[in-house]
Design a protein around this ligand. Structure first.
Ligand SMILES: Cc1cc2nc3c(=O)[nH]c(=O)nc-3n(C[C@H](O)[C@H](O)[C@H](O)COP(=O)(O)OP(=O)(O)OC[C@H]3O[C@@H](n4cnc5c(N)ncnc54)[C@H](O)[C@@H]3O)c2cc1C
Length: 358
C-alpha cells in the first residue's frame, strides 16, 4: 500500500482519480496540486456514455444528442440519428470537476500551485501527472477556440461537425442548455478566433460575441509511448490520450484515471496500466496517424472527396470513438489520399501500433 501520493493537476483525470481513492477510503497521504481554484476550460462539453461507469460522481447532463450532421468544407455529407442510450451527452463539465473535487477535498490536501512532477518525485512514492495539455511537451498541440453563443433561432438537440480539409481542422455546433457551443481548431491555423467568427456568421445559427470566446490547447498526436517513468505515471491528456480527429479527450481522461485508481487501490503492479489502456491507445494511435497523413498532403479536394465518400455507419462508429481504418483506407485509395503518404509515416504508424502489443 502506498503511503504518500502526489497528483499534479486536478482537472477531469486528476480529480476523478482522487475521488475514486477517497471513495475507497484509500488511507495514503494524498496531495493534489493545481493552481486553479475553479476549473475553467474551453471545451465542447461532450461526453460519451461509456465514461459514466468510470466516473466517481454523476455528471449533470444538459442535453442528449439524437440528431447528427457531418459536413466537409461547409457541405453536409451525412445526417443520422442515434438512440438515446448510445448517443452523445452534453455535460456541465465545470460542475462535474467541482463535484469530483468535493468528493476528495475534505480528505486529501489541495495545494494551489503549479508543480513539475519530476521536481517533486523524490518527496513521494508515486507522482501522477494529470496536467492535461500543459504536460507532455513532446507532443503536438493546437489552440482551439470555442464560444457559448445566443442562438438566432430555437435550438434543437442536434450537432454539426464540420471538417475543414484546407486547414486540417474541425468546427462544431453543439447545443449547451438553451445556447450554442460553437468551436473551431485546425492544424494550420494559429489563431482560431477569427475563423470561429466567420464560421458562426456563415452558418447564421448563433450570434458571435467575442467576450464569450475561450481558447485552450488540445493535444493532437500519437500518445506518449511511456506511461510510466520511474515513480511518475501519466494519465488523461498528459499521456496524449485524445482522439486527434475529433478532439475527444474527456472519456479517455475519465477511463484512464479510473483504471489507474483501481491499480493503486488494489495494490497491483503498475506494469498492467499500459496493457489495460490498450484499446484507448489503439484508437488514439489510429487517429494520430490519419491526422499526420492528412496534414502531409496538400490536396484539400482529394481529402474532401475521400471524407465525403464515407457512409453513415463509418461516421456513427467514429462518433462513438472507433475509427474504421479499413473503410477509411479504401476511401483513401479511391481518391489517391492514402497513396500519397510518405513511407516514413506508414512505418512510424506500424511501429507505434505494434508497440502496443509488446
Ligand atoms: C476547445 C476544446 C474543446 C474540447 N471539446 C471536447 C469535447 O467536447 N469532448 C471531449 O471529450 N473532449 C474535448 N476536449 C478535450 C478535453 O477537454 C480534454 O482532453 C480533457 O479535459 C482532458 O482532461 P485532463 O484531466 O487530462 O486534463 P485537463 O482537464 O486539462 O486538466 C488539467 C488540470 O491540470 C492543471 N494544471 C496545469 N498545469 C499544472 C501544473 N503545472 N501543476 C498542477 N496542475 C496543473 C490545470 O489547471 C487543470 O485543472 C476539448 C478540448 C478543447 C481545448
Amino acid at each position: 500500500m502506498l503511503q504518500k501520493i502526489a497528483i499534479a493537476g486536478s482537472g477531469v483525470a486528476g480529480s476523478n482519480l482522487a475521488a475514486w481513492l477517497a471513495k475507497s477510503n484509500y488511507p495514503a497521504l494524498v496531495y493534489v496540486y493545481d493552481p486553479q481554484l475553479n476549473y475553467q476550460k474551453a471545451c465542447g462539453n461532450i461526453l460519451l456514455p461509456e465514461a459514466l461507469e468510470y466516473l466517481a460522481v454523476k455528471p449533470e447532463v444538459t442535453n442528449f444528442i439524437e440528431e447528427y450532421e457531418v459536413w466537409v468544407n461547409n457541405k453536409k455529407v451525412v445526417s443520422f440519428s442515434m438512440d438515446k442510450n448510445s448517443s452523445w451527452m452534453v455535460i456541465d463539465k465545470e460542475k462535474l470537476v467541482s463535484s469530483l473535487r468535493e468528493a476528495w477535498i475534505h480528505k486529501y490536501s489541495f495545494i494551489r500551485k503549479p508543480v513539475d512532477p519530476y521536481e517533486i518525485r523524490s518527496d513521494y512514492e508515486l507522482v501522477i501527472d494529470s496536467r492535461g495539455p500543459f504536460s507532455s511537451n513532446a507532443l503536438r498541440k493546437i489552440l482551439v477556440a470555442r464560444g457559448i453563443f445566443e442562438p438566432k433561432r430555437d435550438i434543437e438537440d442536434r450537432i454539426i461537425l464540420n471538417f475543414d480539409t484546407v486547414n486540417i481542422g474541425l468546427s462544431w455546433i453543439f447545443p449547451y442548455r438553451d445556447k450554442l457551443n460553437i468551436g473551431y481548431g485546425a492544424l494550420k491555423i494559429q489563431n482560431p478566433v477569427e475563423r470561429l467568427k466567420s464560421f458562426v456568421e456563415s452558418t447564421g445559427m448563433g450570434v458571435f460575441d467575442k467576450s464569450a470566446v475561450r481558447t485552450s490547447l488540445l493535444t493532437i498526436d500519437y500518445p506518449l509511448s511511456r506511461a510510466i517513468e520511474g515513480n511518475v505515471v501519466r494519465t488523461g491528456e498528459a499521456l496524449g490520450l485524445v482522439l486527434a480527429l475529433g478532439g475527444e479527450g474527456n472519456r479517455l481522461a475519465i477511463m484512464s484515471s479510473k483504471i489507474l485508481a483501481d491499480i493503486i487501490i488494489h495494490n497491483e503492479n503498475l506494469d498492467v496500466y499500459k496493457k489495460r489502456l490498450r484499446r484507448l491507445f489503439r484508437e488514439t494511435v489510429k487517429q494520430g496517424f490519419v491526422l499526420k497523413l492528412l496534414s502531409s498532403i496538400n490536396d484539400y479536394k482529394a481529402i474532401e472527396n475521400a471524407m465525403s465518400s464515407l457512409d453513415v455507419s463509418f461516421y456513427k462508429k467514429f462518433l462513438l470513438g472507433s475509427f474504421n481504418l479499413k473503410k477509411a483506407f479504401l476511401a483513401g485509395l479511391k481518391t489517391g489520399v492514402f497513396l500519397r503518404g510518405s513511407m516514413r509515416l506508414y512505418l512510424e504508424f506500424i511501429a507505434r501500433y505494434l508497440s502496443l502489443f509488446i
